[in-house]
Design a protein around this ligand. Structure first.
Ligand code: FRU
Length: 547
């Protein structure tokens, strides 16, 4: 394999007070698509530096395997064909000799077929992912950028990974969109289409896609922009970055995660930025010069702000502001100041974090994707995106509230295979036995409590739904159904290989969790609760999105 590489190794030896450290350097003339790198978690992280034709290009930290690899990661080098890549490594450099270029990644044959690979959620081929970033629709494609460490299944080296989809459910992973630079790692942010050429990057009729992101350095986090004229495939960073440096103003390192949108009534850009203890609003006419306007305390990381009609009525709208945890306020917004009126409320809990919504949508839907803090045992990748959901505001007995349901596009993945009504829990448990060995499933059910004060549904000992009617909680979180006398609860349950998402009462509340079956448990699917009625029970088979 190493014969594929033109390798010139030069060992430099440094002497420090009697200690000798070796930093080896290899040179590879790139003629393939990928550079494959072995990773071992027995190694400490050390700095790896890449130079392209002698020019400094990228510096990351990696646990390069000296002996056996736990798994392999890769760097897409297709854009470097014909160039010479010089790679140096500060740690044990034995692994340098094992790196090789190829047109496939190690494990390609088994890709998306791995034992614990989610089958209807987006995951990255290799490495770690967290927040969705730059969610935007443009010219037939939904773009999902995301916090990505391509070099390990733990958080580090923040890049913006990139995937595209035509339907929000089938994703194709593309090369990284933003790489760490001298200002720091590429932290979360958003993307817009600059139709009016306000930033001056458009070319002819092609509007620039502009990413607005945080560069996180050791001492401060600053806001930057980069533009793309090739549908997000490659970005050029603004030479005068950063566009906002507010560390001294807030006396805080925590100034990050810009979410930008066009405010039509005022004809200007709005940025919501998390700064120290809440969300600030900035405005701009050109995405480069920003003016501070206002601040709402009480939020942490990953701001969102958008307008939604109540019950679909465009003449009655509210603005929704939320942070990474998903707690939200409802209020009004005049382009410069968000005035909170109600809240905070919680529409979703569990594994979800740092959810963001799409801009530039082809229709009026407000679609959200959240990071699922879910790991996949023994896999060379970590984290996932939860199902894309549509957010709506509906009037409830307590006033307008956010509802959250999987987008209609997900329906194509689920085929109804069983539909039963009016069952006892024993009967329902019996009927579900035929699905014991199915690894992915969707189950929709409504249960009715009688003299039980709590009831629910388990999967191999794991509590999927635990409704305590006495204290009004679902899995420990307060919940009061719209009809508080009904004694009923409905749950739409999406079971993937490593995760479970549950949507209660048509999206009034939702939550997500890791799938952690108790391997000694023989119960399988198990409704429980004294004399409960399973009013309806529908089972759907699942099509993998990776076929
Ligand atoms: C939220 C977050 C963001 C930050 C990013 C770094 O999960 O901490 O605030 O930009 O992750 O990866």
């Amino acid at each position: 394999m190493n014969s594929l590489t033109l390798k010139i190794a030069a060992v430099c030896v440094f002497l420090f007070a009697g200690l000798s450290l070796s930093a080896e350097e290899i040179k590879i003339k790139i003629d393939k698509q990928y550079l494959n790198l072995p990773v071992s978690h027995d190694q400490d992280r050390s700095k790896m530096t890449f130079k392209v034709d002698g020019e400094p290009d990228l510096s990351v930290v990696i646990r390069l395997a000296a002996g056996n690899a736990d798994y392999w990661v890769f760097k897409d080098v297709s854009h470097l064909k014909g160039k010479t890549l010089t790679i140096s490594y500060d740690g044990n450099s034995e692994g340098l000799n094992k790196m090789f270029q190829d047109d496939v990644i190690v494990g390609q044959d088994n890709l998306y077929k791995e034992k614990n690979r989610p089958q209807f959620h987006f995951t990255t081929r290799r490495g770690w992912i967290n927040d969705p970033n730059g969610l935007i629709y443009y010219d037939g494609e939904y773009h999902l950028f995301y916090q990505h460490n391509p070099y390990e299944r733990d958080w580090e080296n923040m890049h913006w990974g990139h995937a595209v989809s035509k339907d929000l459910v089938h994703w194709e992973e593309l090369p990284s969109a933003l790489y760490p630079d001298h200002l720091g790692g590429m932290f979360s942010g958003s993307a817009v289409m600059d139709y009016d050429n306000t930033a001056g990057y458009n070319k002819g009729k092609t509007p620039a896609m502009i990413a607005i992101y945080t560069a996180a350095g050791a001492d401060k986090q600053v806001q930057c922009i980069a533009y793309s004229l090739d549908k997000g495939r490659t970005f050029t960073k603004y030479e005068a970055n950063p566009v906002i440096d507010s560390r001294h103003i807030w006396n805080s390192k925590d100034t990050r995660d810009p979410k930008v949108f066009w405010y039509t009534p005022g004809k200007h850009w709005v940025m919501v930025l998390n700064e120290r203890d809440g969300h600030s609003i900035y405005t701009s006419s050109n995405l480069k010069d920003w003016k501070y306007e206002s601040h709402v305390t009480g939020f942490w990381e990953c701001p969102e702000l958008f307008e939604l009609p109540v019950d679909g009525n465009p003449n009655n709208t509210k603005w929704v502001m939320y942070g990474a945890s998903g707690t939200y306020m409802l209020g009004s917004f005049d382009g410069k100041v968000f005035t909170p009126e109600k809240g905070k409320y919680q529409y979703t809990t569990g594994a979800i974090y740092a959810a963001q919504t799409f801009t530039n949508m082809p229709d009026s839907r407000r679609i959200q994707v959240g990071w699922g803090r879910i790991s996949h045992p023994e896999m060379p990748f970590n984290g996932m995106m939860l199902l894309p959901t549509e957010l709506t505001l509906r009037t409830t007995k307590d006033g307008p509230r956010l509802f959250n349901l999987p987008v209609k596009e997900t329906e194509t993945l689920f085929t109804p295979v069983r539909d039963w009504q009016n069952l006892t829990s024993d009967k329902a448990n019996d009927l579900l036995k035929e699905f014991y060995n199915t690894d992915c499933l969707r189950i929709k059910t409504t249960i009715k409590l009688s003299h039980a004060t709590d009831a629910g549904f388990n999967l191999f000992g794991q509590r999927i739904v635990g409704y305590d009617m006495n204290s009004n909680t679902i899995n420990g979180v307060f919940y009061s159904p719209e009809d508080m006398t009904s004694m009923e609860l409905s749950a739409d349950i999406y079971i993937d290989r490593t995760s479970i998402e549950v949507f209660i009462d048509d999206g009034a509340y939702s939550y997500s969790m890791e799938r952690k079956p108790d391997t000694n448990n023989k119960e399988g699917f198990h409704f429980w609760g004294n004399n409960i009625e399973v009013k309806d029970l529908q089972v759907f088979s699942v099509k993998s999105v990776w076929n």
